[in-house]
Design a binder for this molecule. Structure first.
Ligand code: KIV
Length: 257
């Protein structure tokens, strides 16, 4: 599947399901679970590398982890999930040429078929527009954008009317300049619904209600591996507790032998 094929899901009202992955094991799990998209999100900075925010992640980190994820895929290349990865903080905000080089590195050195960029500041819009024209598919990301942590924290976005207007305008703009899909994170449900209805490209929500054309979750949150999950991503199992108990039982039994 190519990024441009995703629009067929929206046109046929087929829900798009996306999961994050950060290494070959989680890549193989996300694929086996049937995800349409596997995102190597910069959340890996927190989930896998132990950072407090996504800000420290580098382009080399994302390249290494994206390669690990694709090595975990078991299916034939034509049946693998669509592999997308995040461009890390400040890898695309320091000049258009540098942004093209960094995104180009990601595309040349991994099997990712597109990149995700957060926000819609004028500089970011210009970069997205150029990337798309150069042949690098881009997924947008509006609402809560964790790379803006130092400015907005991790709080819900689009609560005020002027913010809602801005997010709606940015969404239309990102579609116009060629984004193939748009992640909407932690915004009011009614806003996500309006955006979905106004766009031709698919919207993929996280903490944005059920109206989006698809849903994405950080896999570690869903399976309860993280110590604290965001309010919109309740764990389905207590993965960490289960693993600790399993290993502790083994450790204890080995000590007795
Ligand atoms: O980094 C990430 O995992 C993401 C998802 C939350 C959409 O951007």
């Amino acid at each position: 599947m190519l990024p441009s094929d995703l629009i067929n899901h929206k046109n046929h009202s087929k829900k798009i399901i996306a999961l994050t992955a950060w290494d070959s094991i989680t890549g193989s799990i996300a694929e086996a679970a049937g995800a349409d998209i596997v995102l190597v999100g910069d959340s890996l900075a927190m989930v896998a590398l132990g950072h407090k925010t996504t800000l420290p992640l580098t382009v080399s980190n994302i390249i290494n982890h994206t390669n690990a994820v694709s090595r975990g895929f078991q299916k034939n290349i034509d049946h693998q999930p669509l592999l997308i990865c995040d461009m890390p903080f400040l890898s695309y905000q320091c000049g258009e040429d540098r942004a093209i080089e960094q995104a180009g590195r990601v595309i040349k050195e991994t099997y990712a078929k597109g990149v995700k960029l957060e926000g819609a500041e004028p500089e970011v819009k210009r970069v997205i527009s150029r990337l798309v024209r150069m042949g690098i598919p881009v997924m947008g990301h509006l609402g809560l954008t964790p790379q803006s942590y130092l400015n907005q924290g991790l709080k819900k976005q689009g609560e005020k009317e002027y913010e809602q207007t801005k997010i709606k305008e940015d969404a239309l703009f990102l579609e116009d300049i060629g984004c193939f899909a748009l992640v909407l994170e932690h915004i009011p449900n009614f806003l996500a619904k309006q955006i979905k209805e106004n766009l031709k490209i698919p919207t993929i929500g996280i903490g944005a209600g059920t109206y989006c054309d698809g849903q994405i979750r950080v896999t570690a949150d869903l399976i309860g591996l993280t110590d604290k999950q965001p309010p919109f991503s309740k764990p389905l199992v207590s993965g960490k507790k289960i693993f600790i108990k399993t290993l502790k039982d083994w450790v204890d039994s080995e000590r007795l032998n």
